[in-house]
Design a protein around this ligand. Structure first.
Ligand code: AGP
Length: 609
């Protein structure tokens, strides 16, 4: 997934665009570039690797102009070289394009254009788009862009500038996010809100197969047929500081420490302890709808998938509805058994993950009711589901998801309690107890966060490990899976998670003194079983890191590497237990010198297959 920024106004386009790209660097960072209209032509600077390399070039050779486009890239087609860096131009050098997405039919289009005499200098699908616009251009740039996009298959968010129409900035999108920012005599395009928030809070979300024509005085949105489309101008409440690091060394650490507040924000006004009620009207499910539920799919990717695995335990335990959790990339291709009686819940922080978006479209095509648990307002998934439950985690910039995962768990337990109440399986006292405990969680997590020193010491002991094993049971088996993902994606250590009861069926062969085993052994119905698993590991010289409930002395017989967390309801324990694992992964990655906020090979939202 890449980052796009465009500017048209009276200021220096390069300043606005570079500042915006820096705020989007989490979206991809293997090359970057900016192009502006200056001195009657198009000029461009591009750099391989991170933005600092582009910054150096801009310092050596400043780029003037008050209309421009910029791009920070996560390579899909073509190696991350300067030649493949965006913006790309057409053969005449009069049209320049930046693009996020994948043009699936770029090869046949490229062959057709080469037949017509076009010459290409890069391996990218984006350069084909620039030549396609040139090929379609008669005397109207906007018409040429629309005609070109009609010929394109796949996903795109694009920005276009041209000396054919030097006082215009054109944007278009299909399946990849793109927003317009409306300023005073200046307007913007961007892949995401943080890029332009310091300059304007007035935002328009483009929808699929729409283009926007921006001038200094305003913006017009049209469909690909050229018909004007009325769009709502939204006002973003976030303040720019929120989207900055707030004094922490990394966005990830800031977002871990924001979690107590995030829980309060996700719960918001959705609970009424006195009346034992949960308010989730935005999902659009009636009591009748919930009572006749027979089967629920939860579909997502990565961390969102693991939150769904926790949600399965919560919903099955409280609402007694069968829940099947599936990776979106599997669900969309396995001809799933879905019909009008199926409820599909898709979970996505970004609301732009291509596999999850495709899975929801597949589910809707088969007649299912689809609900979304989403963080980013106005995102593609949020706009295509039948009902959306926003998790209000605020902008999550660190590539490794933390506070959004926490917010997803809160949303899922709210759903589980509400479904349990609607199906008359959760009585008033139980609902009150759970709601009361939910409201205690922020304080419990604040206490857990205070244990940072102990976790840093454990990180110091184990940061050189080559392999890690994470074990959990029941509702904390998915917690172990999420813990393992956190470690592997930012420290690059191989980490696997297993249901603790599975150890004897193979994984125990892996155990030796070089294999740290993090075991979730907090208070639960299966605590004694987990203790036996710990003994099995110790008997084979394994190094156990135990996550236990405050006051557990028993564990000290087996290991000194202990992380303790406050007690809570077992069904809520994944919400507390994940925090030490986030911190452990963070401090191990830090000790190994990884780029915590922008881990290698990853992007914040995978908007391509
Ligand atoms: C989580 O730390 C990863 N960055 C990744 O697995 C992520 O959860 C996954 O790509 C899904 O993203 P989404 O929630 O935006 O759909």
């Amino acid at each position: 997934m890449c980052g796009i920024v465009g500017y048209i106004g009276s200021g220096e386009a390069t300043e606005y665009i570079f500042d915006g790209l820096k705020r989007l660097e989490y979206r991809g960072y293997d090359s970057a570039g900016i192009a502006t209209i200056t001195n009657g032509g198009i000029d461009r600077r591009r750099g391989e690797g991170k933005l600092v390399n582009l910054e150096k070039k801009l310092r050596e050779q400043p780029l003037a102009g008050s209309v421009g486009i910029g791009h920070t890239r996560w390579a899909t087609h073509g190696r991350p070289t300067e030649f493949n860096a965006h913006p790309h131009t057409d053969g005449s050098g009069k049209i320049s394009v930046v693009h996020n997405g994948i043009i699936e039919n770029y090869m046949p289009l490229k062959e057709e254009l080469i037949e017509k005499g076009h010459r290409f200098v890069s391996q990218t699908d984006t350069e084909v788009l620039a030549h396609l616009i040139e090929d379609e251009f008669k005397d109207d740039l906007e018409a040429a862009v629309r005609a070109a996009l009609k010929r394109v298959e796949g996903a795109y968010a694009i920005g276009v500038i041209s000396t054919h129409d030097p006082d215009t900035l054109i944007a278009g999108r299909k399946s990849s996010p793109l927003i317009l920012g409306l300023g005073d005599n200046e307007n913007f395009i961007a892949s995401d809100v943080p890029a332009i928030l310091p300059h304007t809070r007035k935002i328009i979300y483009l929808d699929d197969e729409e283009i926007a024509v921006l001038t200094r005085s305003g913006a017009t949105v049209k469909d690909l047929g050229g018909n004007t489309v009325d769009k709502k101008v939204e006002t973003i409440e976030w303040n720019p500081v929120l989207a900055e690091k707030g004094g922490y060394d990394h966005f990830m650490l800031k977002e871990i420490f924001e979690q107590p507040q995030v829980i309060r924000n996700t719960i918001g006004g959705r609970t009424d302890e006195e009346h034992a009620k949960i308010y989730l009207e935005e999902m659009g499910l009636s009591v009748e709808d919930v009572k006749k539920l027979k089967h629920i799919y939860i579909v997502a990717c990565g961390t969102a998938y693991y939150s769904g695995c926790v949600g399965k335990y919560m919903i099955e335990q409280l609402a007694r509805v069968q829940v099947e959790v599936d990776f979106a990339s599997e669900f969309r291709y396995r001809n799933p058994i879905v019909d009008e009686s199926t409820l599909v819940i898709v979970i996505s922080q970004s609301g732009e993950t291509a596999d999850t978006l495709a899975a929801l479209r597949e589910a809707k095509k088969r007649g299912a009711r689809v609900i979304g648990i989403v963080n980013v307002k106005g995102s593609s998934i949020a706009r295509e589901v039948d009902g959306v439950l926003y998790i209000h985690a605020g902008p999550e910039i660190g590539v490794a998801s933390t506070k959004a995962y926490m917010a997803m768990l809160i949303a899922l337990i709210l759903i589980a309690i509400q479904f349990g109440r609607m199906r008359e399986l959760v009585d008033v006292p139980e609902a009150r107890r759970l709601i009361r405990e939910l409201k205690r969680l922020p304080r419990l997590i604040e206490r857990t966060l205070a244990d940072v020193g102990n976790i840093q010491e454990i990180a110091e002991t184990f940061f050189e490990a080559r392999d890690f094993l994470y074990l959990g049971r029941g509702v904390n088996f998915p917690t172990a899976m999420e813990g393992a993902l956190k470690l592997k994606e930012i420290s690059y250590i191989h980490a696997e998670a297993y249901a603790a009861g599975e150890m004897k069926h193979g994984p125990i062969a892996l155990i030796d003194r070089n294999m740290p085993v993090l075991c979730i052994a907090t208070k639960s119905a299966t605590y004694d079983k987990v203790l036996s698993n710990i003994q099995e590991v110790k008997a084979r010289e394994g190094n156990v890191i135990a996550l236990v409930t405050d006051g557990d002395e028993e564990i000290l017989k087996f290991t000194r590497d202990v992380i303790s967390v406050p007690e809570t309801e077992e069904i809520l324990s994944p919400i507390v237990n994940v925090v030490p694992m986030q911190l452990l992964a963070y401090y191990i990655a830090l000790r190994r010198g990884s780029d915590v906020d922008q881990p290698r090979n990853l992007a914040k939202s995978v908007t391509v297959e």
